[in-house]
Design a protein around this ligand. Structure first.
Ligand code: AN7
Length: 345
């Protein structure tokens, strides 16, 4: 029914807030018994790739766009590693407003670029990395007086809390472990705030340990050191200077969790495992979560039987190149039945 309808009572919306709805949220929470069994845990995956633009960004974008319209904005701008731009472009199109998106040139997965373009956004390829593009977008938003819809916009984070609320409602309470990719660090901050809400409202006695995962080549929070030249196959989280670093560090420390890193090889292995043994195709950034669980299990650092949720933040179809790079090409035959039967033997 859309995030603003389902959770409007708990969000800063009033009768003056325009109703914006692409039927985002209410995504599946899927139990993965084959993979969970191998890891010795009760494993659940939140399929955020089932959102209308194919990532979790829609949860926050719907409120950011509704509030911007309420406040009189008529255009939007964002910088993005891909998914924020796809989401912003979709919602801008839906409400009939122009949208400018700044992308790090050549570093955005093909599906996400296709989305921003087909939704009709003004797509600008910046000759710098995401962190620089974000600075530029912030300055342009101020000068041109248009709404900035990156997660520096507080409504994004507030509305992304709905992911945690849905998990608590589906499981009856919060899980033991919450495992989530970390780029600009907004989502881990939002989930922790959402879990605390349910705790304060008396609807979950449990608070999960928050485990934030970064790619080894873009791990400012996991290493505690700035990362001026982030690099990873998981382009969504190719971010060196996370805007929400402070709240992410708080989420991890208050919950008794930790940050972990995984290599590009571990990420791609996990992507394949999730598809082959779970039936789920998620983009590389999302697969950092399973990669980390595999790594922790191997080091005997995974509490056996723990109820664990991984957030699969984006759809695998967004980055076909990453998937194709690690699989065998199709078997080629002519058009005879004999050849077919031979390859099926
Ligand atoms: C699939 O689109 O930053 O830690 O500009 O696309 O809240 O930043 C995307 C981030 C995880 C990290 N998984 O979330 C952008 C952008 C996917 C993502 C993250 C992103 P945050």
């Amino acid at each position: 029914m859309g995030v603003l309808k389902r959770y409007g009572k708990y969000l800063p919306v009033s009768e003056k807030t325009p109703s914006v709805n692409l039927e985002e949220g209410s995504t599946p929470l899927v139990r993965l018994d084959r993979i969970g069994g191998e890891l010795g845990i009760e494993l659940w995956a939140k399929l955020e790739g089932c959102n209308p633009s194919g990532s979790f960004k829609d949860r926050g974008m719907v409120l950011a766009v509704a509030k911007a319209l309420e406040d009189g904005s008529r255009a939007f701008v964002c910088a993005s590693t891909g998914n924020t731009s796809a989401s912003a472009a979709a919602y801008a199109a839906h409400v009939g407003a122009p949208c400018y998106v700044l992308l790090p040139s050549g570093k955005v997965a093909l599906g996400k670029l296709a989305q921003a373009l087909i939704y009709g956004a003004r797509v600008i390829a910046v000759g710098g990395n995401f962190d620089r593009a974000l600075e530029m977008a912030r300055e342009a938003a101020e000068l041109k007086k248009i709404a900035m819809v990156n997660s520096v916009n507080p409504y994004r984070i507030i509305s992304q809390k709905t992911g945690a609320w849905e998990i608590c409602e589906a499981l009856g309470q919060a899980p033991d472990l919450h495992v989530i990719p970390v780029g600009n660090a907004g989502n881990i901050s939002a989930y922790w705030a959402g879990y605390r809400d349910f705790n304060v409202w008396g609807r979950s006695a449990v608070l999960p340990r928050m485990i934030g995962i970064q790619a080894e080549g873009a791990a400012p929070l996991a290493t505690g050191k700035p990362c001026p030249n982030p690099e990873t196959v998981a382009t969504a989280i190719r971010i060196g200077n996370p805007v929400s670093a402070k709240t992410a560090i708080e989420a991890v420390s208050q919950s008794g969790g930790f940050f972990e890193t995984v290599t590009d090889g571990e990420i791609l292995n996990a992507q394949k495992a999730l598809a082959e043994r779970g039936g789920i195709f998620a983009e590389p950034a999302s697969c950092t979560t399973l990669a980390a669980l595999v790594k922790l299990a191997a080091a005997k650092k995974l509490p056996q039987g723990a109820k664990t949720v991984i957030v699969l933040t984006g759809n695998g179809l967004k980055d076909p190149d990453a998937a194709i790079s690690q699989v065998e090409p199709p078997v080629k035959i002519g058009d005879s039945l004999e050849e077919l039967l031979e390859v099926m033997a």
